[in-house]
Design a protein around this ligand. Structure first.
Ligand code: ATP
Length: 370
């Protein structure tokens, strides 16, 4: 549903700069392992999040992202290791700090609004320590920031998914938590609405200044919103860095695949490089004779006039707006090379073309890395 088509008509977000600043807290995980019966959801995870930093936990379904978030919130207790808030161990069984005493806000994936409470009462729920009039004013201010003050007396079932998400966000920020945890906050929204909500949420996080962790399986969400991305796989952290670092210097084939569709070409390393039908590419750090995979990113390939560089034939073209998605056949490679590039109207499917692949743009990983 687009923003202009929400159940209650168009309701924009509130004025930026009115969210109310929090005092951000440092959050740490030290050697955290979490087991559920025979399932090990997290293995020896260590991570430090600086006060005010926005971190995205990125990874496939089941890799342990939500479990890490739940440990930070205190709704789960670690099997081993420690959770630290401002350097203080809050997960020690003898001095365990309960969720309501951690100063942590949580936006759940399904929003978890109370159906029998109005929007205002939902937001007030996190403000139980305040006097009623003050709590009401705080709740209305938070609702105003997300543009929903007019819906304060509505009930959750009367709201669209996007509006429910905003109520959940208002509820989480109203108490001005030092840490804000968000579990897949955009996953239930459609593409168009999602872009608006993501940008507004990013602005709001910056305003509150709260240390924030956002769980997502979408690399684009992570790159757009986070200062640092923590890439996880099977209960472990596999790489930490800015979006640009992970995209440009993925540490593994897994990380490279996560951030980009690739054409993968197998070969063997000889004299420090791998020979492929697309050329010879440096394979630093990979043993002589080992099987390697060269990864070619679709938007790094250039289509040039026939007769230049590699000889190819255009076998497929799909119009995608700003660029075309092209499939190109190159001698010696029995699959299609994927290319993302604008294509001149003078070239048609079936034509012979030239293909340029800058060799420093090709990533090479050990095949055993998969
Ligand atoms: P998704 O993106 O699907 O939410 P996730 O990366 O957040 O996945 P988790 O929800 O943290 O993954 O789950 C990690 C693993 O731990 C999964 O195998 C899951 O089935 C298991 N798990 C999580 N919570 C429990 C639980 N309470 N009891 C048993 N197993 C659990």
């Amino acid at each position: 549903m687009a923003q202009s088509e929400t159940k209650s008509g168009w309701l924009g977000w509130g004025r930026r700069g009115t969210a109310g600043a929090a005092i951000p807290m440092a959050l740490g995980f030290e050697g955290v392992t979490q087991r559920f019966g025979s399932v090990t959801a997290l293995s020896d995870v260590s991570l430090s999040v600086k006060p005010g930093e926005i971190v995205a936990l990125l990874g496939q379904s089941g890799c342990g992202k939500t479990t890490l978030l739940r440990l930070a919130a205190g709704v789960e207790r670690p099997s081993a290791g420690r959770v630290l808030l401002e350097g203080r161990d809050v997960s020690n069984p003898a001095r365990f700090v309960e969720p309501e005493h951690r100063g942590v806000g949580f936006v759940f994936q399904d929003y978890a609004l109370f159906p029998h409470l109005s929007v205002r009462e939902n937001v007030r729920f996190g403000l139980r320590g305040q006097a009623p009039a003050a709590a009401d004013a705080t709740a209305l201010r938070a609702l105003g920031r997300v543009g929903l003050a007019e819906l304060a007396d509505a009930y959750p079932h009367m709201l669209s998914g996007g509006e429910q998400q905003r109520v959940a966000l208002a509820r989480a920020i109203a108490p001005r938590p030092g840490v804000l945890l968000m579990d897949e906050p955009f996953s239930n929204l459609d593409r168009r609405l999602r872009d608006v909500v993501r940008d507004e949420t990013a602005a709001l996080l910056e305003e509150t200044g709260a240390t924030s962790i956002i769980v997502t399986h979408d690399p684009e969400d992570a790159m757009r919103i986070a200062d640092r991305i923590v890439l996880m796989r099977a209960g472990r952290i596999v790489q930490i860095g800015t979006g640009e670092e992970l995209y440009r210097q993925p540490a593994s084939l897994f990380a490279a695949r996560f951030f980009c569709d690739l054409t993968e070409v197998e070969g063997r390393v000889s004299d420090g490089a791998v020979d492929t039908p697309f050329g010879r590419f440096a394979a630093p750090g990979i043993a002589e004779g080992a099987a390697a995979i060269a990864c070619i990113r679709p938007h790094r390939v250039r289509i040039v006039p026939k007769g230049y560089y590699l000889r190819g034939r255009l076998i497929g073209r799909r119009f995608l707006g700003e660029a075309d998605h092209l499939q190109v056949r190159v001698d010696g490679f029995d699959r299609a090379l994927s290319v993302r590039a604008p294509l001149s109207d003078e070239i048609a499917v079936g034509d012979e073309i030239g293909v340029e692949i800058p060799s420093d743009e090709v990533l090479v990983f050990p095949a055993a890395d998969q």
